[in-house]
Design a protein. Sequence first.
Lengths: 319, 281
Amino acid sequence: MNRVTLAFEKPIKELEDKIDELERMAHGGQIGIDSEITKLRIKADKLREEIFSRLDRWQMVQLARHPQRPYTLDYIKHISPNFIELHGDRLFRDDFAIVAGIGNWCNRRVAIIGQQKGRGTKENILRNFGMPHPEGYRKALRIMRLAEKFNMPLVTLIDTPGAYPGLGAEERGQASAIAENLYAMAELKIPSVAVVIGEGGSGGALALGVSDKVFMLQYSIYSVISPEGCASILWRDATKAQLAAEALRITAPDLHGFGLVDGIIEEPFGGAHNDPLAIAKSVESTVSRALDDLLGLEPENRIDLRIQKFGKMGQWIEK
Amino acid sequence: MAWFKRSQGLPEGPKKNIPDGVWVKCDSCGEILYRKELTRQGDVCPKCRHHFRIPSKAFIELLLDADTVKEFDANLTPSDPLQFKDTAKYADRITKSLAQSGLTDAIRCVSGSLSGHHVQLGVMDFGFMGGSVGAVVGEKLVRAIYRAADNQNALVTISCSGGMRMQEGLFSLMQMAKVSAALVRLSRAKQPYISIMANPTTGGTTASFAMLGDINIAEPRALICFAGPRVIKQTIGQDLPPGFQSSEFLLEKGFLDLIVERTQLKATLANLIGLLKGEPE
Ligand SMILES: [Zn+2]
């Protein structure tokens, strides 16, 4: 698979292409270019380090939405080989924008639920670009209850542009479905850990995110509204998304700094898509450690701490 | 925390939704109405039953006995944790809204007697930044929920809101989780939560506490939705059928218990609370 190059990665790509070219020449018998290749490699690494050390928020948005970024099923494949996907909300239909099921996570039984984006047009249509309908959230709720019944911790992987805004979604109660999940997650007796792996798009993300511990991948984003949506409302111009991304402070370091998420999971150099296995290992161990800690608490204590944690969120002036 | 002095009544809220003056034209049917008569009818058009948008103060006066009303947390005002700036600074928008609305944020939380039932009541105010939910609204609601749980009171909220306040970024989104989680405590205290939705109730407000009532009530012909008509049109390029996302539509689809006219609201609430709590009126 050819790597997709983001606009800000172009200078790195150009150097890499040059290296490839020289390597071909070296294979072709041309001598004396090995040292040239080494020099260029060092230069490319330096450049990448430089670019990635001062990414702006809009560039992080591009990484969070990278078409080759690992999605929920990629994590499940690497982390939980005995995972069994379970389907349907038992009310309306199965929503492919949410994957839910049970399996092992580091030798512990868990339920895993996450939004699922598609690769390519065909799968994206099937997955609705990772934008769930109410039945998706109701399927998630059904599996949360199942997990609670059989005392399995809950792991959620968050990756959605948002809950789908459409006629069918409204008609079948998108608002109600999200609200019910917020409430249900707050009172789950099992421990819960959420990881924002890509896009945390508003209420559609939060509906899987009222968890004991919430982590964000280094280049994931989490926002009350998409930068484009915010720009079209406040600037009356969707092309001002870059400004909106800055203003909204939607990156992992921003939100960890505000105390709104519990931790950041560092990504492989250049982003999660550069080493899906490595990022899966990091997610696996971070979640596993968090579950270890959480399982040391009594369920009622966990629920209290969860309610308190979200209860503290927000700043105001009180005179 | 401040007691209301009987002689002064509640502090003034926004009035610009209903033009002052002797005569008022109905937004819906165009009928010319006598201002005083309209107010006496709860700001409901006698001809077409259109419910005019009213400020929090008017709802409180409509529902609670004036001499029992006690307001809470009126000393909370918004802060600007993101130092947010779009075409204007959020800090400036706050200053302007505080001055223009006479409110401290988009909700007023009070306790008082509703036909003999002591209740905690949170009423949102569209007059403050479109009734958007930021940290002040979230915190005031949570405190109201805990007061209800601790004092064994029913909780009533009236939503009138354009959704989450994006100038507070993820802080505002988290208010959905914060308030919803607090409702777990109320439920465990076995106290009723009655959610009333006025026009409009949209976005994250609908997708959290507004839809989580033990009883969900709407005023007639209110717009109630997750994604508003404009967002849907932008996304799928489709106009919505007439009446889509109206109270009546939501009742038909099964997301509301009742649609109640404003003039009947107090009596209906009294009856519901009495039944749910097993308290005689
Ligand atoms: Zn009328």
